[in-house]
Design a protein around this ligand. Structure first.
Ligand code: CTP
Length: 193
């Protein structure tokens, strides 16, 4: 019994896979419980707060952060150690904000580190994605329709780069989306070898 979304983590796994194939040392921070691709270091986490700490720790030595996780924005204010017995006909959940991992990364990132985020939207896709690109000081944001992307093996995305140029892809398998994202990042002019 839970309230949540249907995010499967496939995009993150596809990115980890493609980065490994390009020779990177990859750390995959994931809540899914699935095995990581061979050669990829898995850091399993359960909560947004644990994901925050794991990402910040890995960031110190990273050249590139790809943040594809559909992080929960709110978490229960109180955790019950026991079953909550039913009472009145209505139950109000008290939720508090989780840490915004990318917003924190924006304050800590070192020069030369590339940071990529995803924007999951259901309206105003490109405007909202552009706002996130600037607010979270990203090098690239991958804009996608949350209804189409989550839980699906395919995705239709638009890449928006910090310099304002953008590139729209057709519907593609997530492995191919990941491959194209990595190719575009490796072609950026100021990339570290
Ligand atoms: N993200 C994050 N920490 C959070 C929430 C989101 O680092 N607590 C990251 C996501 O992994 C993604 C980017 O921020 O790379 C945008 O996430 P998205 O869910 O599209 O938007 P939010 O920033 O959560 O804003 P909103 O829910 O208002 O659209």
């Amino acid at each position: 019994r839970f309230i949540g979304n249907r995010s499967s983590g496939q995009m993150g796994y596809a990115l980890a896979h493609q980065a490994r194939d390009r020779g990177a040392h990859v750390i995959l921070v994931s809540t899914t419980g699935q095995l990581a691709p061979f050669g990829v270091e898995l850091v399993p986490v359960d909560t947004a707060s644990q994901m925050h700490d794991a990402v910040i720790e890995a960031l110190a030595d990273a050249d590139l952060l790809l943040m594809a996780a559909a992080v929960a924005d709110y978490t229960p204010a109180i955790r019950s150690p026991h079953k909550i017995k039913k009472g009145e006909s209505r139950l109000t959940l008290d939720l508090i904000r989780t840490p915004d991992i990318l917003a924190h990364v924006a304050k800590l990132r070192a020069p030369g580190q590339l940071v990529v985020g995803f924007a999951a939207e259901t309206q105003g896709l490109l405007e909202n994605a552009r706002d996130k690109l600037h607010q979270k000081r990203l090098d690239l944001i991958v804009a996608n329709d949350a209804r189409q992307a989550m839980g699906s093996t395919t995705n239709q995305v638009t890449l928006i780069f910090a310099d304002g140029h953008f590139e729209e892809f057709p519907v593609l398998p997530k492995s191919e989306v990941a491959s194209r994202i990595l190719d575009r990042l490796m072609a950026l002019p100021n990339r570290h070898e």
